[in-house]
Design a binder for this molecule. Structure first.
Ligand SMILES: NC(=O)c1ccc[n+]([C@@H]2O[C@H](COP(=O)([O-])OP(=O)(O)OC[C@H]3O[C@@H](n4cnc5c(N)ncnc54)[C@H](OP(=O)(O)O)[C@@H]3O)[C@@H](O)[C@H]2O)c1
Length: 285
């Protein structure tokens, strides 16, 4: 069994592959080729978002792959700016139409705040409205599971206190150098599976000599060590690449990181994302 066939089970019984493919920064015109290449290699979990502008190409990739729909796990995200019930309901339907699917396997609220006010004002009411739209689409069978992304504990508490369906997933920035241990534990205690986004620190960790030295000791690449690290935390890992060679090597994870090395990686602090710090999720807020 390779990592590509291993799954976690969400609190509603839906199975989700442990390793997925991120598609941020893959253009709509290139997304179909990247998705078909990934599926050919064995990936079954593909992560997109309304904000990535590539749902059309990602959906084309599924259809071109020839894989049965029930064997794929497709995630998308409601745009962070949508904080009203009617707009959220319409946007869910637009995602389905753009992907060319009658259901998606997971849909997330992309962020608790709009990107231009990340970690800013109070959007509790808007998040409850967006969540109600996701809940209704879930009940209608358009979404097989629902969740959130970039939600901190107080953002989760707002949903948990008001929801009829507990979020199945919280997708968070998790990588060696940035491990939100308490928030991961809070999610796990509430039956919410954590997905690790940017498991390779958006590429920045490739330049870290300490991580490179540890990867050398295991005879693996830095991406392999970093992806394996997030899996051993009990999270789904979502590395992004459009390069089939990288897709293949990122799925070759037949090694275990020792407890001592897990502690070293968990305690590592490396949050310099260089030129990418302009993005809200890497801004340190
Ligand atoms: N929910 C959110 O707010 C949020 C935010 C950010 C990201 N995400 C999700 O998480 C996914 C991954 O995050 P990410 O795109 O920021 O970064 P990432 O996966 O941490 O890193 C991607 C970078 O690593 C490189 N890379 C991947 N595999 C490699 C390999 N084997 N060897 C060398 N380089 C390799 C890629 O280059 P190549 O393309 O050249 O391989 C790319 O530059 C996104 O695509 C998206 O789906 C979600």
């Amino acid at each position: 069994m390779t990592i590509l066939t291993e799954t976690y089970t969400l609190s509603n019984g839906v199975e989700i592959p442990k390793l997925g493919l991120g598609t941020w920064f893959i253009d709509d015109d290139n997304a179909a080729d990247a998705v078909t290449a990934a599926i050919e290699i064995g990936y079954r979990n593909i992560d997109t978002a309304q904000a990535y502008g590539n749902e059309r190409g990602v959906g084309e990739g599924f259809r071109d792959s020839g894989i049965a729909r029930e064997d794929l796990f497709v995630s998308t995200k409601l745009a962070a700016e949508i904080k009203a019930y009617d707009r959220a309901t319409a946007a869910i339907d637009t995602s389905l139409a753009t992907l060319g699917l009658d259901h998606v396997d997971l849909m997330l609220i992309h962020s608790p705040q709009p990107w231009n006010d990340f970690r800013g004002g109070d959007y509790a009411e808007g998040n409850r409205e967006a969540w109600r739209a996701l809940e209704n689409a879930y009940q209608a069978g358009k979404l097989r599971s629902i969740g959130v992304s970039n939600f901190e504990q107080h953002d989760l508490d707002n949903i948990l206190a008001n929801c009829t369906t507990t979020p199945h997933v919280n997708q968070l920035l998790v990588h060696a150098g940035n491990t939100p241990t308490e928030l991961i534990a809070y999610c796990q205690d509430n039956g919410i599976l954590v997905e690790a986004y940017s498991p390779i620190a958006h590429g920045e960790i490739l330049n870290n000599p300490d991580v490179a030295a540890m990867a050398d000791r295991y005879g693996v690449s830095v991406p392999q060590l970093c992806i394996r690290y997030t899996l051993q935390l009990g999270t789904v890992s979502l590395p992004k690449t459009a390069n089939p060679d990288h897709m293949r090597s990122n799925a070759q994870l037949d090694f275990d990181i020792t407890d001592d090395d897990m502690d070293i990686l968990r305690n590592l602090r490396a949050r310099d994302y260089g030129e990418h710090s302009v993005f809200p999720v890497y801004s340190g807020k």
